[in-house]
Each structure stands twice: as structure tokens, then as C-alpha cells.
Design a binder for this molecule. Structure first.
Ligand SMILES: Nc1ncnc2c1ncn2[C@@H]1O[C@H](COP(=O)(O)OP(=O)(O)OP(=O)(O)O)[C@@H](O)[C@H]1O
Ligand SMILES: [Mg+2]
Length: 262
């Protein structure tokens, strides 16, 4: 029996940025934002990436989303490299992996009705044949009403706007969701509602989720396994229970203490 490839396989990726020269003729300094990071996500699995500000989490997310390519290492989505695909094939593959951002107000056009914004990934993937029903379905899946498609972003609370952002991310029926600080801007009680929603969706739709947060308590409540990053490198990775009960690195221990999870 052959095992199917994981949904997402990230192997030893490194990403460097060239920074502006300090002086004329001086060599441009290079910052290594992510170094030698590996992970994999199976369908229906939730992997949490946690680490302090600047540890490379969003850079990793951008590579997984094929917004930028790694300088070394590889990314495989269902066994194929998104960065190696012709543009048209990548556009159609993008239906399969979607992103939820931190600031739904910033990413929802205030002058457009919700339905227009939620349908955006369908237009991007040139899959607009079923737009109306798909948008209605996605709104219902996140606990909103299909009629909300007619309303504008300012008519919703922060938590509802994050639901809208999640509706937009699942409207193409993706296999993988990348959530970068998706609940960080929300009150704790609203955070819990959104985390529950993500767990329900994961179960209902069999979604793989790459969940990024600087908050270990949030990540631990949602995720099957954890990856702890610092200065672009992996300091610890493993099943959530093991990382919480027997952390191997001092940095993880510090995070656990700070988050009050121990
Ligand atoms: N486009 C870029 N050009 C230059 N440096 C960058 C660029 N993007 C990120 N960096 C640098 O790479 C490092 C990692 O940044 P990144 O945004 O991935 O961290 P993060 O873990 O997401 O942080 P935060 O928790 O604040 O969101 C930082 O030092 C950042 O300044
Ligand atoms: Mg970030």
C-alpha cells in the first residue's frame, strides 16, 4: 500500500532578504528571515507555528502560500511545487490553499458588499460559475446569514468580520487554510468563538490548518502539533501534548511560563 503524499510538505526552507546598504559601496547586508525549517500537514491536521515577533512566521506563511519562493529547500503541495507551476495552473491550484489574515477590516473593501469580498477568491481562480450559492454556503458555514452578503463591512463587529474573512477563505472549498494571527486582534471571548469555529470547520471540511500566532496558549488550544520558531529557526517541534508536558528547549519553557499553560 502506498501512502498518499501529505497535503503540505515543507522541507528545509530558507528565505533571505537583502537589506538596504548602510553606506555606498558597502556590501548589502542579508537578513535570514527563515532558516532550514521543515514541517508537514496531513489532511484534517492542525499545525501551530508559534514564536516571538520577527521569528519568521509570516515569511514562512508567504512561502507556503507561494507568494514568495524559498531561497533553499522546497515546498510541496500534494506533491507538487506551486512555484514551479505555470501561472494558469498556479491560479487554479490556489483554490486549494487559502489564507486568513489578522486584520479583516483592512482586507475587506469598505465600499463593497460582503458578498463581493467573499467571492474574491472565486474570481481570482476564474471559478465564478457558482458564485451566488457558494457565497451563501460559505456565510452559513461560518455562522452568518446568506443575506449578510448584501451588507457592508462597517455593519459588522470585529468577530463577525473575522468570520467573513474565514468565509472568504473557505469559499473555494480549499484543502489547506493558512491563518496568520487570525485571532490576535480580537477580545479573548471572541477569540474563543473563532477558534471553535475553526475547529468545527476543520472537522466538517477535513481542512488542514497552518495556524500562526505569537500566543502559545491560543495555538495550544487548537493544534494537534506545534512548531516553535525563534530567529527564523525551529527550536522545537512535536505533538502539542508532548511539547506542553515535556518541552525540550528552554525557549519553549519560557513561552509556556509566560502563557501560563504549564
Ligand atoms: N520583505 C522583507 N524585506 C526585508 N526584511 C523582511 C521582509 N519581510 C520580513 N523581513 C524580516 O524578516 C524577519 C521575520 O519577519 P516575519 O514578518 O516573518 O516575522 P513574524 O514572526 O511574522 O513577526 P510578527 O509576530 O511580528 O508578525 C524580521 O526580521 C523582518 O524584519
Ligand atoms: Mg507575522
Amino acid at each position: 500500500m502506498t501512502t498518499p503524499p501529505p497535503l503540505l510538505q515543507v522541507s528545509a526552507v530558507t528565505r533571505r532578504y537583502r537589506l538596504p546598504r548602510q553606506r555606498l559601496l558597502a556590501p548589502a547586508p542579508v537578513l535570514t528571515a527563515v532558516e532550514d525549517v521543515s514541517l508537514s500537514i496531513a489532511p484534517g491536521e492542525t499545525l501551530g507555528v508559534v514564536g516571538e515577533s520577527g521569528s519568521g512566521k509570516s515569511t514562512l506563511a508567504r512561502m507556503v502560500m507561494a507568494f514568495e519562493a524559498p531561497d533553499a529547500g522546497s515546498i510541496r503541495f500534494r506533491g507538487s511545487d506551486p512555484n514551479a507551476l505555470p501561472r494558469k495552473a498556479l491560479r487554479s491550484l490556489r483554490r486549494e490553499f487559502q489564507m486568513v489574515f489578522q486584520d479583516p477590516f483592512g482586507s475587506l473593501d469598505p465600499r463593497r458588499r460582503i458578498g463581493w469580498s467573499v467571492a474574491e477568491p472565486l474570481r481570482a481562480a476564474q471559478a465564478t460559475d457558482q458564485t451566488g450559492p457558494r457565497v451563501a454556503e460559505a456565510l452559513e458555514q461560518v455562522g452568518l446569514h446568506p443575506r449578510d452578503a448584501e451588507r457592508f463591512p462597517h455593519e459588522f463587529s470585529g468577530g463577525q468580520r473575522q468570520r467573513i474573512a474565514i468565509a472568504r477563505a473557505i469559499v473555494t472549498r480549499p484543502a489547506l487554510l493558512v491563518a496568520d494571527e487570525a485571532v490576535s486582534a480580537l477580545d479573548v471571548s471572541v477569540q474563543a468563538q473563532i477558534l471553535n469555529l475553526l475547529m468545527d470547520l476543520q472537522e466538517e471540511l477535513g481542512l488542514g490548518i497552518l495556524f500562526i500566532s505569537h500566543d502559545l496558549a491560543v495555538v495550544a488550544s487548537l493544534c494537534d502539533s506545534l512548531l516553535v520558531m525563534r530567529h527564523g529557526r525551529t527550536v522545537e517541534a512535536g505533538p502539542t501534548d508532548r511539547v506542553l508536558s515535556a518541552p525540550e528547549s528552554d525557549y519553549t519553557k519560557t513561552l509556556l511560563k509566560a502563557a501560563g499553560v504549564t
